[in-house]
Design a binder for this molecule. Structure first.
Ligand SMILES: Cc1cc2nc3c(=O)[nH]c(=O)nc-3n(C[C@H](O)[C@H](O)[C@H](O)COP(=O)(O)OP(=O)(O)OC[C@H]3O[C@@H](n4cnc5c(N)ncnc54)[C@H](O)[C@@H]3O)c2cc1C
Length: 332
């Protein structure tokens, strides 16, 4: 079994920045990613979208930004291993942790930083008739490629950022797009709602639920929708249904340890990004300090990873300073 000081779980944005920061603080780490590549949600859920809210980077396509994050993460030649699903964290009597990878004990570590985000992106489903039959034949849970929706009549289920982002993203190529929201409350950013209202091809239908999805055996062609206020049903001809109602996130996926959680969704951490278990920290979309809404953002996850790594350094080497030196002192 390989011995390391720190295992970082996940090579999404938070895990990648944590990997870089571990290098900055000369921590012997390994980063384990269950998928075959890096980038997390940026790669899996919105590779073609542009991101505008990273300090100092006015605009960059998500997949390009993920590439830059990986380049930064590998500056100190860390070990990053893909196809490595961390299946358990087993505490030892000596206060260390055995990391089980793909079902086998693979690493012994003094500390662990969990940057597992929303796991492996298991989307919440509508659970209506036709959804399973037409999965990938008109029913989708993300926009992997805008071109897939060319000339389609699309209905997007949801009222949050993902629903509005997807609508704005595919709007230039589709025939029409309806955003169907079930309880009249839109949670997306105001700027996205305003932008969507300005596009003639986008229509927002509040208090609307899909009850059934129909098709011709090969592809979706119709949905049955219910108006939740008038309680009337009607049919809509559509070519694609995008379900954008979030992902299943589970803070307790490791059988040998139990984390305190926030709303059974996030791993609860203190302001040092430490969990209730000494030696285990969490950062990014999976971690939350309080019961307040979480700012699930790239820059926030990066800052959390920075704070976590510096506290981990102190945990590993109590004589070291909490803050490392400024990176501008380096000459790389
Ligand atoms: C459509 C959309 C648009 C967005 N737009 C923006 C934006 O414009 N600006 C912005 O700041 N944020 C945006 N976000 C949010 C941003 O992408 C997330 O905040 C960010 O990806 C969180 O990073 P993370 O590393 O915490 O988690 P994730 O990106 O979820 O990465 C977690 C990684 O951990 C891996 N993993 C999980 N479990 C295990 C395990 N047991 N073992 C090994 N590996 C594991 C996963 O495979 C994944 O690669 C957007 C999100 C979506 C869905």
């Amino acid at each position: 079994m390989e011995e390391v000081e720190l295992v970082i779980i996940g090579a999404g944005p938070a895990g990648l920045f944590a990997t870089f920061c571990a290098g900055l603080r000369a921590i012997k780490s390994v980063t384990l990613e269950g998928l075959e590549t890096y980038g997390g949600q940026m790669h899996e859920l919105y590779p073609e979208k542009k991101v505008y809210d990273i300090q100092g980077i006015p605009k960059m396509v998500s997949s390009e930004l993920a590439k830059k994050m990986y380049e930064q993460a590998t500056m100190f030649n860390p070990k990053i291993v893909f196809n490595s699903d961390v299946t358990d964290i087993i505490p030892t009597e000596g206060g260390r942790f055995i990391l089980e990878v793909n079902g086998e004990q693979a690493y012994e570590s003094k500390a662990v930083l969990i940057c597992a985000g929303v796991g492996y992106f298991t989307p919440n489903k509508l659970n209506v008739e036709g959804e399973g039959t037409y999965a990938d034949k008109g029913v989708y849970y993300k926009v992997k490629s805008i071109a897939d929706f060319k000339d389609d009549r699309v209905i997007i289920v949801g009222g949050g950022d993902s629903a509005f982002d997807y609508a704005l993203q595919i709007e230039p190529v589709v025939k029409s797009v309806i955003i169907a929201q079930h309880n009249g409350i839109l949670k997306a950013a105001e700027s996205s709602i305003t932008a969507a209202k300005e596009k003639p091809k986008i229509r927002v239908m509040l208090n609307t639920e899909i009850k059934k999805i129909f098709g011709n055996g090969e592809k979706v062609n119709k949905v049955d929708i219910l108006d939740n206020v008038s309680k009337t049903s009607s049919y809509l001809d559509v070519d694609s249904v995008i379900v954008a109602i979030g992902h299943k996130a589970n803070p307790n996926i490791f059988k040998s340890i139990t984390f305190e959680s926030v709303n059974e969704r996030y791993i609860k951490v203190d302001t040092n990004y430490k969990t209730n278990i000494d030696g285990i920290y969490a950062a990014g979309d999976i971690a939350d300090v309080s019961n307040e809404p979480k700012f699930a953002l790239l820059a926030v996850g990066g800052a959390e990873a920075y704070v976590a790594i510096n506290n981990i350094k102190k945990y590993l080497s109590p004589q070291s300073s909490l803050n490392g030196e400024h990176s501008s002192n380096l000459n790389l």
